[in-house]
Ligand binder design. Structure first.
Ligand code: FAD
Length: 262
């Protein structure tokens, strides 16, 4: 169910309701538009679920579900997966007592001033910014063997194979082809996604898809992080060390708000 009533929220915070709704919408709606998942789609789904299990600081109800889903997907060795098979397993909670994907689809910081604005795409950005930051703050991933592009590759795979907006997917894929391979550390992975998101914002500023109550701006604006901005020879520049610090704080697990969850 999509809630229509406007919910007050704090623009400086992120909300678990948006994050859980993103996962729920992905698994129930977006993945479900494919009758049979091909080998590539199945592999993309496995990576998406696997990074969620590793880095999503979700509530136990969501994490238990994702862990069981992850194990089920890992043990599924056929090359293709009919969605009806996955759907049946998810509906039955993989035969584990009390296991279920939280049903909510409720947008809080991702609400639009009209129902056709924002919502799911906003939650996808929010979720993946969070995951890049969580990977950085996760000790195991910060060890030398970890792939600094792990989360970005999972995001790209998801977007390429499932994101409903196909034009968005091809834009994102070309940005990734252009520069994702230059990401050599988890810090760079956080900053790469931030920078690409700002590119998308500047391309979309003023477009009909822009919610007038949430204009597409270069983020974070000076009133949100003054220290992030600087000037060189009269030209605006970003202080990337300050941006990184800002993003680490904004997307830290203990700053996520649980308001409006059932
Ligand atoms: P969003 O851009 O969705 O951002 C959500 C929130 O993230 C913002 O409200 C803000 O709080 C924060 N934020 C903003 N910028 C940054 C940043 N740089 N770093 C960290 N946080 C930030 N739409 C199209 O019309 N054409 C496209 O080609 C297109 N490509 C897309 C590609 C991807 C991968 C995704 C996920 C979405 C794409 N979209 C595209 C949708 C579009 O980017 C927006 O998600 C949508 O218009 C909703 O906008 P929004 O106002 O909720 O802000």
């Amino acid at each position: 169910t999509i809630s229509e009533a406007w919910q007050e929220f704090d623009r400086s915070r992120i909300y678990m309701a948006d994050l859980e709704s993103s996962v729920s919408y992905a698994l129930r709606v977006e993945v479900g538009t494919h009758r049979v998942l091909t080998r590539k789609q199945l592999s993309a789904l496995k990576s998406y679920v696997s990074v969620l299990v590793k880095y999503f600081p979700g509530r136990p109800i969501m994490m238990n579900f994702l862990q069981v889903l992850n194990s089920w997907l890992k043990s599924y060795t056929e090359s293709e997966l009919p969605y009806s098979t996955l759907e049946k397993e998810m509906e039955n909670g993989f035969n584990v007592p009390n296991l279920a994907l939280p049903p909510t689809i409720k947008w809080v910081a991702c609400q639009g001033s009209r129902t056709h604005f924002r919502g799911y795409p906003c939650s996808v950005w929010t979720l993946f910014h969070l995951l890049t930051v969580q990977a950085l703050q996760n000790e195991k991933a910060s060890s030398r063997d970890a792939d600094p592009q792990e989360v970005l590759k999972a995001m790209l795979g998801y977007i390429k194979n499932f994101f409903g907006c196909r034009e968005c997917a091809s834009h994102f894929e070309s940005m990734a082809t252009e520069s994702m391979s230059s990401v050599r550390s988890l810090e760079q992975s956080v900053l790469w996604l931030w920078q690409r998101h700002n590119h998308v914002n500047s391309r979309l500023a003023g477009a009909p898809s822009e919610d007038p109550k949430f204009p597409k701006i270069q983020f974070p604006p000076p009133d949100v992080c003054l220290a992030c901005h600087s000037e060189l020879n009269g030209e605006h520049t970003w202080k990337t060390d300050k941006v990184l610090q800002f993003l680490k704080e904004r997307f830290s697990a203990d700053r996520i708000l649980n308001d409006y969850l059932e």
